[in-house]
Design a binder for this molecule. Sequence first.
Ligand code: ADP
Ligand code: ADP
Length: 232
Amino acid sequence: MIQLKEITKIYGKKNKTTTALSKLSLDVKKGEIYGVIGHSGAGKSTLIRCINLLERPTEGEVWVGGVELTRLGKKELQQQRGKIGMIFQHFNLLSSSTVYDNIAFPLMLRGASRAESKQKVDELLSLVGLEAHRSKYPAQLSGGQKQRVGIARALASDPDVLLCDEATSALDPQTTDSILSLLLDINRRFNLTIMLITHEMHVIQTICDRVAVIHEGGIVEEGPVSEVFLKP
Ligand code: ADP
Ligand code: ADP
């Protein structure tokens, strides 16, 4: 579902460059929860941003759902990005829009009818357990509730893939677990492919099927979580 083929990302120019990723390859299967763990500066956020081309790799190919994104023009890329949902550490919600309108935003951009939007947003509010908060603004919500809005918004365009960029790093341990179990539930229910980056081992051990450990822009270990991190 997600394939990276020898991705290299070099920031900067001439004599002042940083190689954030170096010929990195990986392959995430449909329905899998795939985690990438590494220390700060290892290249995790560059990696996840390369998948929807928020960051363009200097070299290499990015494939999502059988389509090579790195060879698409602007318009086609925009279309393909609809298949990729993303959630963020700091949620990235629209602060002057309600919960309802935040979730409806991608549908509005797509030109969905009001009735279609309403049906979809109602379903998503129920899925993430926020029916009672539909008319609130982000500032009135807890961190966990904000991330639930983020998840609902990411799912509004029925993506094939959900990318999670340190999605629980701003949350306390209990809230982290409730978000992880929601992600697991969504993965099982819709067979949605999830790729996440984190610096927290707990996240990997709680929900990931496979894990890649990255260090200095390359994968140093990869495999099923139970093999890479032997449990005592
Ligand atoms: P992580 O998410 O694992 O902390 P990053 O992908 O943010 O790692 O960073 C990997 C390397 O790339 C680091 O050395 C970082 O300083 C560098 N880097 C990240 N973004 C930029 C940028 N926009 N310009 C220059 N260097 C960057
Ligand atoms: P616009 O700003 O384009 O007039 P609205 O914000 O009025 O759009 O809402 C568009 C649709 O979303 C309407 O069908 C409305 O019923 C529905 N809607 C908006 N906010 C809520 C809410 N808090 N709860 C339920 N439905 C809502």
